[in-house]
Design a protein around this ligand. Structure first.
Ligand SMILES: NC(=O)c1ccc[n+]([C@@H]2O[C@H](COP(=O)([O-])OP(=O)(O)OC[C@H]3O[C@@H](n4cnc5c(N)ncnc54)[C@H](O)[C@@H]3O)[C@@H](O)[C@H]2O)c1
Length: 405
């Protein structure tokens, strides 16, 4: 068993920083690396640059104790964990995975990697990325036969990251069985869930599969919502009734799928095998198409009431957060504004936005002729909220006003 004292976490964002803090609190000396000087300076002051419950307290503590420090370059360690972004390249055709950050981070650690070290990729990545890391290390002169390289995907839910980092089951995919075993033992130091060992390609595909499963099931609900609208059927009631079947569990429709995971990761599967990933690709198109459909429905309502003011309630990509990344609600609000419609945008979890002026719920409801509910924020679920919509045209795209069956 390799003795592990120092861990270098590369990339200190939503995943890397909580991981680094948890490791530091678990007894490791953690050296965080991030190319963003602002991030490094913030952490070294014991502060945080992201919103995540309870993270501030733990970062403050481990930095004060000296078990976590950050730098703009990676430092020698026993374990290297890569937690850098894996977006996709936008352009013509289907989106293609961008693993440039992973390769850059690998090149940055290569001169520091020594025999017996563990190199772990945590970023959501297309199949084969862990093998690419080994190739990069080898090209830089690392004897990869002496290094344990593995993929260990992150499955945490923002808002519950510190709990889920410890409680969730983890998949560890080694490039060799010895790597899976060594890296699995490392995770067992701080994970209370099961640590399940497999090979790297299976682990990479497993993470993508989990998010595609969600995407596909949401696409089913979104497709149903459009079909029901055409046939004058209340989709919320329909789904609630169908879910009374003991083996049916349909998810809820909405204005599309947002966030930087479910709306992105299925494309990593499609990019590797476009011929066969037909359902996965179609689900992405259905979910993206739902956003266009919502815009069209609002446009139709606005054409029926010339000069109407439109309240867009909710801009975040899911309820009760302030995160706008890939948010379909945001896309709807921007599309309506671009069409020259008069919109009143409400996001109770944000005080301002650089591109859209925000108003309070009260201001929006006072002025609006058409109310478009885009996100099931708790403020829109209050009993009595629907009474405040009397006399207005209401388009509820997230079931905020749906009655239980
Ligand atoms: N955020 C989540 O909820 C979540 C959940 C599961 C998986 N993931 C995956 O985890 C990975 C990281 O996501 P995130 O949300 O933490 O991203 P993030 O953007 O919050 O953080 C990434 C950090 O990496 C830094 N970085 C970029 N290139 C670097 C380099 N070469 N060297 C050092 N630092 C570098 C950036 O400056 C940034 O601070 C992604 O693959 C993502 O898909 C995220």
């Amino acid at each position: 068993m390799v003795m592990i004292e120092q861990v270098c976490v590369v990339g200190l964002g939503y995943i890397g920083l909580p991981t680094a803090a948890l490791l530091a609190a678990s007894g490791f000396r953690v050296l965080g690396a991030d190319i963003d000087e602002r991030v490094v300076a913030t952490i070294n002051q014991g502060l945080i640059h992201i919103v995540e419950p309870d993270l501030d307290g733990i970062v403050h503590k481990v930095v004060a104790e000296g078990s976590l420090s950050a730098a703009t370059t990676a430092q020698p360690a026993d374990v290297f964990m890569l937690c850098v972004p894996t977006p996709f390249h936008d352009g013509e055709g289907d989106p293609q995975p961008n693993i440039d950050y992973v390769l850059a981070a690998t090149r940055a650690i290569a001169p520091l990697v020594r025999p017996g070290n563990l190199v772990i990729l945590e970023s959501t990545s297309p199949v084969g990325t862990t093998e690419r890391i080994a190739e990069e290390l080898q090209a830089a002169g690392v004897d990869i036969g002496q290094v344990h390289i593995a993929y260990c995907p992150e499955r945490v839910l923002p808002g519950k990251i510190l709990t889920e980092l410890v409680e969730n089951d983890r998949i560890v995919g080694g490039l060799t069985e010895a790597a899976a075993s060594a890296v699995g033992s490392f995770y067992r130091h701080f994970v209370r869930g099961r640590v399940l060992e497999t090979d790297a390609r299976t682990a990479e595909m497993c993470k993508l599969t989990e998010n595609s499963f969600r995407d596909l099931n949401i696409a089913f609900a979104n497709e149903l919502s459009v079909i029901c609208d055409n046939q004058d059927i209340d989709v919320w009631k329909l789904i609630a009734l169908a879910n009374c079947h003991p083996r049916v569990n349909i998810l809820q429709p909405g204005p599309g799928v947002g966030g930087h995971c479910i709306a992105v990761d299925p494309w990593f599967i499609v990019a590797r095998d476009p011929q066969n990933a037909r359902l996965i690709r179609q689900a992405r198109l259905v979910n993206d198409g739902k956003t266009d459909w919502v815009v069209a429905k609002v446009r139709e309502a606005a054409q029926a009431q010339q000069g109407a003011k439109i309240a867009c309630l909710g801009l975040a990509f899911k309820p009760d957060i302030d995160d706008l990344r890939e948010s379909p609600a945001m896309e709807v609000a921007l599309a309506l504004a671009e069409e020259g419609l008069e919109t009143l945008n409400v996001e109770p979890n944000l005080s301002q936005h650089p591109d859209l002026s925000l108003v309070t719920i009260d201001e929006a409801l006072e002025q609006a002729d058409i109310v478009v509910i885009l996100v099931r924020h708790r403020q829109f679920l209050d009993p009595g909220f629907s009474d405040r919509l009397a006399g207005k045209t209401v388009l509820d795209f997230c079931g905020a006003l749906a009655q239980p069956v």
